[in-house]
Every structure is written in C-alpha cells, then in structure tokens.
Write a protein that binds this ligand. Structure first.
Ligand SMILES: *Cc1c(COP(=O)(O)O)cnc(C)c1O
Length: 385
C-alpha cells in the first residue's frame, strides 16, 4: 500500500482550510438529512438499541431495502439471504472485492474512477484494467467505447466494477451502454460489482437502471448502495450488498472478519426513512438539479467549459478555455488566488494525462455557498484578463 500515501483530496482540504476557501472539493452536503431520520436515530439509541446487531444487518433494514428495490426497479430480493448490511458502500465494496478477486485476477474499471476501487483491488491482490470513458463529440457526455471495453477483457478477467450514476463525471449510463456492459459480462462469464450510491440522484427525468435488471445479469451481479447520498447523511456509513445468494454469502463470509456488523440504531432509523421519506428523496434530487444548473452557469461565466452532468453531486469543468492545461497546478493555485477549492480530475485516472484538463466541482452545497464560490471565481477570472 506504499503507493497510496496522502491523497490529493486530503491535500486540497488542507489547502482549503488554510486559505479559508469555499470548498467545492469534497462531496458531502452541508445540510442535514430528513428530520424524522435524525430523530429516529436519537430515539432508537435512547430506547437501548446499542448492542451488536445481527452480522447481516437488522431484519427491518434488509426488508426495507428489498422493498424499495422492488418498488423502484422491480427487483425481487429475499431479505434473509440476498441483502447484507455493511459499513457504508465502502465496506460493501471491500467485502465484495476481497471475496471475489483472487491473486492475479483482473478487474475491469472505467476510468476516471472512484479512488477506493484501485486500493481495494490491490488489497485483494488483483490487477486493474481500465477502460476509458471518453467525450462523445456530439453530446459532450462521457461515454464508453464498446470496442475498447471488449478488448480490455482477457483470460484472467473475473470482475467488472460498474459505477452509475458515475463519480466523478456525472454520467448516467444509458440503455445502450448498459447492454454493452451486460453483453461483455455474459459472454466472458464476468461478475459485475455495481456501485449505485447515487441511484436516486439522476436529473432531467433520466432513469437509473440497475445492471442487475438486464437479461442474464441478476445471477452475476452484486449491487451496492448506501444511505449516505440518498438521505444526505454521508457520515452514517451504512450500506448494503444485494444479489444472488451465493455471491452475497461470499461477501458476508469476508465481512464477518472486516467489521462484522454496522451500527444497529442507525439501521432502524434508515429502515423507517426508506419507507416514509420518499418525497424528501425526490425533493432533494430536484434541489440538486437546480444546484447543478446554478453552478454550471456560474462556471461558464467564470470562463470554464462545463461538461454535461446527468446525476451525482459533481460536475466536471474543462480548464483549457482559461488558458490552463494542468489541473493539478490550477487546483493548487485556486485556493490562494481565488479562494475556492476543487479536485483535479487527474486524481481519478491511472493515465493522468487523460484527465489533466478537468476539475471536479461539488454542487451539494447551500445556494449561498455556491454563490459565494462563483462570485470569487468570476472576480478571479476578470482579474486575470
Ligand atoms: C460516496 C461514494 C462511496 C462511499 O459510500 P459510503 O456509503 O460513504 O461508504 C462509494 N462510491 C462512490 C462512487 C461514492 O461517491
């Protein structure tokens, strides 16, 4: 793990604090989740739900998860054997990859990628193979090239990690892209591990389609989600793995020795909110869509070329129209020069030059915080020209 020293995320947060910058780097909301959720946790703690919950998770939460996957996506899950509660999606990813990947196995990931995938593949002794998401010239979207995807598969490929809605690009895979992915998995007998933590955060009426709903995929997909993004409580670190019994059992076997179980009182509060706070979840999605637009418009005024964003907390902005080509250099300069922090997209790439001209901005912040960042960026932009 020597190559995983201090990450650029930690460095940017430190810089933001030192310069009193508006921090649009890290992806967490600056407002709380629904009141009933917070009160629920409080109540369950005071009622004495404070000892080890069952390893697989409280039955109430496993049932609530099975019900929302049925309600939203028509997926049937046996809450006893096909849903397993973990310490966040991060814990779910760790248990899944450590159980599925043997030393020397290859794992396909789309690039740019969420940073924990690479580290977990290393911990499992696997080898990562990246498939680039590239700019579609017609729409500006990040999209995959079916030929590049197929040619990345080799005899040792075992697992493909599929994150949609996608962090950091904000892309939501469409029906054609999902079908290409499913076809490659079926034809090469791959297991898909999906990261769906933004499943409720798609914009402009775009649907989130779980890969497990495509033909032949339910039996070869471990689907992962968590409460953090759905109910705006990223600090609660409660997630879940869903899928066929043998794959869920494998992840469960590993997880017994990672964290064993996750916070029980919170699980009960989350189970309630998944049933009762659907309107809050939809309102949050709509509010985030407006925040995306607010930030995108402001960034364009400040000289950036903003790429389309279909979901998540993030959008990507091209820095080349401002005369820059190195996102790390600009990300390190922005806090002191403009008083705003963002994350250089190169941090999400193995092939850093691919993302060298992009910055990732988070818009999951109060409007006044976004506005303050935009005032500062416009002032900086005018000052330079
Ligand atoms: C935030 C995030 C996670 C981590 O989820 P937790 O439930 O906080 O562990 C995983 N994957 C992606 C793509 C994320 O953005």
């Amino acid at each position: 793990m020597r190559s995983y020293g201090e990450t650029i995320f930690a460095e940017m947060t430190r810089l933001a604090t030192e310069t009193e910058s508006v921090n649009l780097g890290q992806g967490f909301p600056d407002t709380d989740g629904p009141r009933s959720l917070l009160e629920g946790a409080n109540r369950y703690v005071l009622e004495g739900v404070n000892q080890y919950p069952p390893g697989p998770g409280r039955p109430e939460l496993r049932e609530a998860v099975a019900r929302y996957r049925k309600r939203h996506h028509g997926i049937e899950l046996d809450p006893e054997t096909q849903v397993y509660v973990t310490v966040g999606a991060t814990g779910a990813l760790a248990a899944s990859l450590l159980s599925l990947v043997e030393r020397g196995d290859e794992v396909l990931v789309f690039e740019p990628m969420y940073d924990s995938y690479a580290a977990l593949i290393s911990l499992a002794g696997g080898v990562r193979r990246t498939v680039p998401l590239r700019r579609d010239e017609a729409t500006g979207r990040f999209t995959l090239d079916p030929g590049e995807l197929r040619s990345a598969v080799g005899p040792r490929t075992r697992v493909m990690i599929v994150n949609t809605p996608h962090n950091p690009t904000g892309a939501v895979f469409d029906a054609d892209e999902l079908e290409e992915i499913a076809k490659v998995c079926r034809e090469n007998d791959l297991i898909a591990v999906t990261d769906e933590v933004y499943e409720f955060l798609t914009f402009d009426g775009l649907p989130h389609v779980p890969l497990a709903t495509l033909p032949g995929m339910a039996e070869r997909t471990l689907s992962i989600s968590s409460v953090g993004k759905t109910l705006a409580v990223t600090g609660w670190k409660t997630g879940w793995v869903m899928g066929p019994e043998p794959l869920v059992r494998a992840a469960r076997t590993v997880n017994q020795f990672l964290t064993f179980s996750a916070n029980g009182a919170y699980q009960l509060a989350i189970a309630d909110a998944l049933e009762t706070e659907e309107n809050w979840i939809l309102d949050q999605r709509d509010a985030l869509q407006r925040k995306r637009d607010r930030l995108a418009e402001g960034l364009v005024e400040a000289g950036f070329d903003v790429r389309p964003c279909e979901g998540t907390y993030f959008l990507m902005a091209d820095i080349r129209p401002l005369g820059f080509s190195d996102c790390e250099e600009l990300a390190r300069a922005l806090p002191s020069e403009a008083g705003v922090a963002a994350v250089p997209a190169s941090a999400f790439y193995d092939h850093e030059e691919e993302g060298a001209h992009l910055l990732r901005f988070a818009f999951c912040k109060r409007d006044e915080v976004l506005d303050e960042a935009l005032v500062r960026l416009r002032r900086w932009h005018v000052g330079r020209s």
